[in-house]
Design a protein around this ligand. Structure first.
Ligand SMILES: Cc1ncc(COP(=O)(O)O)c(C=O)c1O
Length: 288
């Protein structure tokens, strides 16, 4: 089995044999946060940004970080090595730990649980590269702290399933008239050669790939970080979504209507090339 080794509470072990208590608060309350980051040719991409965000998520839910950045780096490099190296993604989860009982308030002295796994990085198939992806819009019914990368993802799961049931790849959350983000992606809307993305707030996750997209787009076109109205999404020339496991990818149909020409657009192609360039430049450099 590929990616057979995981890390759980101090031990590298076969993923198929990893066990955790049902009393763990990650299981009982989704009292837990996580990170996902891509690994290209054995090198973790945007390591510091991901672990700064994990540290922030932990701080916001008042769990003391179990590791320093250097310790996380060593732990994950070992996980990558034990899974054969190369290109993959790694997932890290920290829960508040367990107590004997079930109480909403924090247990005194609980030790955070740490879990990490490696898995295959999805690739954009040649067919999807040619056609782009599809999305539906859904009313945002999540909680008020979407800036915390919490494993409490039921609303995201339901929205993504709604998209899948409609034959689409992603669900885009709309709150009132504001376009926010996808169920597991950030969003960019391109109109008249200008790219816009919502500002970070407690209504969206501060996407690490969104930041890369913004940096790279800055060299290509005007960039605006601001609220986006639903009507702008509907009138866009191009729409992109981004996530650590898929870079920036084009959405070419939303709610069954074509976006712009209905094909991946020229700005996305430029951005994608800039992304590939960046990855190449980073080859062989330290991850932290
Ligand atoms: C709700 C949500 N927004 C945005 C993102 C994109 O964040 P990143 O680019 O850091 O993967 C994710 C990724 O999982 C997400 O779950």
């Amino acid at each position: 089995m590929p990616y057979a080794i995981c890390y759980l509470n101090g031990e590298f072990q076969p993923l198929a044999e990893a066990r955790i208590s049902p009393l763990d608060r990650g299981f009982l309350f989704a009292d837990s946060v996580y990170e996902v980051l891509p690994v290209f040719d054995g090198r973790m991409f945007r390591f510091r940004e991901h672990f700064d965000r994990l540290a922030r998520s932990l701080r916001e839910i008042r769990i003391e970080s179990p590791h320093t950045h250097e310790e996380w780096l060593a732990l994950l490099e070992e996980l990558i090595r034990r899974n054969g190296g190369g290109t993959m993604y790694v997932y890290v989860q920290v829960t508040r730990g367990m107590e004997f009982g079930r109480n909403h308030t924090f247990p005194a002295g609980a030790k955070p649980s740490v879990f990490a796994l490696a898995s295959q990085l999805p690739t954009l198939t040649p067919e999807l590269r040619a056609t782009g992806l599809t999305a539906i819009t859904v009313e945002d019914f999540r909680w008020g702290r979407c800036d915390i990368k919490s494993t409490a993802l039921l609303a995201n799961v339901l929205a993504k399933q709604q998209a899948a049931d409609a034959g689409a790849h992603e669900a885009i959350f709309i709150r009132g008239d504001d376009v926010l983000e996808g169920s597991s992606t950030s969003i960019f809307v391109i109109r008249n050669g200008v790219v816009a993305t919502p500002a970070n707030s407690n209504r969206i996750l501060p996407g690490t790939t969104r930041d890369v997209g913004l940096e790279l787009a800055t060299g290509v076109m005007p960039v605006e970080v601001r609220s986006i109205r639903l009507a702008e999404l509907q009138a866009a020339d191009e729409v992109w979504i981004s996530a650590a496991t898929r870079d920036v990818v084009p959405i070419t149909r939303i709610d069954s209507k074509p976006v712009g020409t209905g094909k991946p657009g020229p700005y996305w192609q430029k951005l994608e090339a800039a992304f590939a360039d960046l990855r190449k430049r980073l080859e062989g450099t330290p991850a932290l």
